[in-house]
Design a protein around this ligand. Structure first.
Ligand SMILES: Nc1ncnc2c1ncn2[C@@H]1O[C@H](COP(=O)(O)OP(=O)(O)OP(=O)(O)O)[C@@H](O)[C@H]1O
Ligand SMILES: [Mg+2]
Length: 379
């Protein structure tokens, strides 16, 4: 441990972003005795009811970033789209964990892929494009069926389009309205998994058990820890994730999303230097939740155990559930081992509003319980 690097309870943590991840970070930080300030464009953001202070400002507001950093002892983030100038300015007043160099690499899909490729990390075939003609050529070379993703800003499948053929490239370019994109070969997926790595300010590393993730309409629908995969694949995935976190020297968390293809290849999809939706079940599945762990990591405390307590799953509750009226929460909660987390956001179709968590004897059973709970929510 670096001398003086520990920020003990009583200190204040600043978070760029005040969404549900910041809310859950604050809910883990507070019982440990930390105070939390967030910066978010929305003064009524999801974290507001559980933090000491909200600075309402855009993520590239340099003065607001300074104000956040001046009022706290360490700065972290829950979202990648922070202006680099803002993060760099914040770092003049408080340590930023993770720092601007990591964010610069990760927030641009093209730079992220170049980094992965440059470090011999297995990824799927892709090409970069900065004009409609380049995109069409890329799609042709990749064989037509591909995913086009804006280099900056997308999440939950937004900012990306699936093409059935290169003929659709010009329309996709129009639709995405991006300066540059990456065009990825559409892989035949067997399953999607992720690995969360925690790395503290002292360089200590903890690698969580692998999560198995199921997406619907490109949004995470459910996720379970541990993934029911072979020991061999789990070890390979964890080694890969550990290597990336070490290579980037992330301080905080790094979630590594991976694809397992039908031919058995393990490929990295994308990185997120923060708590991740696919590890919300770590709260029940592991000794230390991802939210407690990120607080420990950025404060230079020893990391908590990531041992599995009991297989646990989450199912995301999307705004669509509100379509025909208020959800029947009492019906879901009648399932004895089901837990509810709501983020306090206004419902909109496709918007993540909360999640259900359940533990069970096996991962498969845990998934079945959260899915049953979710089915019971619709009025
Ligand atoms: N090249 C690909 N081949 C096959 N499926 C893909 C490919 N790229 C993306 N997908 C599917 O779309 C989903 C979302 O893609 P990706 O993770 O790149 O987007 P995102 O908007 O950043 O998502 P999120 O922020 O929710 O992780 C993936 O989890 C996968 O199901
Ligand atoms: Mg993703």
């Amino acid at each position: 441990m670096i001398k003086g690097a520990v920020l003990p309870p009583g200190k204040t943590i600043g978070i760029f972003g005040g969404g549900q991840l910041a809310r859950m970070m604050a809910l883990a930080a507070r019982p440990m005795g930390y105070r939390v300030h967030v910066l978010d464009p929305d003064p009524d953001c999801a974290a507001k009811p559980v933090v000491e202070k909200v600075i309402a400002a855009s993520f590239d507001d340099v003065d607001a970033a300074r104000a956040l950093a001046k009022g706290v002892d360490v700065v972290t983030l829950e979202i990648e789209k922070i202006g680099l100038a803002a993060l760099t300015a914040a770092a003049e007043h408080a340590p930023c964990r993770p720092d601007a160099t990591i964010l610069e690499t990760i927030q641009d899909r093209a730079l992220q892929k170049r980094w992965l490729k440059g470090h011999a990390i297995p990824i799927g075939p892709y090409m970069e494009a900065a004009t409609p003609a380049q995109l069409k050529r890329a799609a042709e070379q990749l064989g037509g069926r591909c995913f086009v993703k804006a280099a900056h800003g997308g999440y939950d499948g937004r900012g990306q389009m699936e093409l059935a053929s290169a003929e659709e490239a010009p329309a996709a370019w129009e639709e995405l309205k991006a300066d540059s994109v990456v065009c990825e070969f559409a892989l035949d997926l067997d399953k999607e998994i992720s690995v969360l790595v925690a790395r503290s300010a002292s360089g200590e590393i903890a690698v969580y058990p692998v999560a198995h993730n199921h997406h619907e309409k490109r949004i995470l629908a459910w996720s379970v820890i541990p993934a029911e995969i072979s020991e061999e694949l789990a070890t390979k995935a964890k080694d890969l994730a550990r290597g990336i976190a070490d290579g980037l020297k992330v301080v905080g968390l790094l979630a590594v999303e991976m694809f397992v293809t039908k031919t058995g290849e393990l490929l990295v999809n994308e990185l997120a230097p923060r708590p991740h939706n696919s590890y919300h079940a770590s709260d029940s599945a592991c000794v230390t939740s991802q939210f407690e762990q990120v607080i420990r990591a950025v404060c230079g405390l020893p990391l908590g155990s990531v041992a599995t307590v009991r297989p646990s799953a989450i199912a995301n509750i999307l705004g669509d559930v509100w379509e025909k009226g208020e959800p029947k929460f009492e019906r879901a909660l009648a399932i004895p081992n089901l837990k509810l987390s709501l983020y306090g956001k206004k419902p909109r179709p496709g918007r993540k509003m909360g999640h259900l968590t359940a533990s069970a004897e096996t991962s498969e059973d845990a998934v079945a319980v959260v899915r049953r709970g979710l089915n019971g929510l619709r009025p």
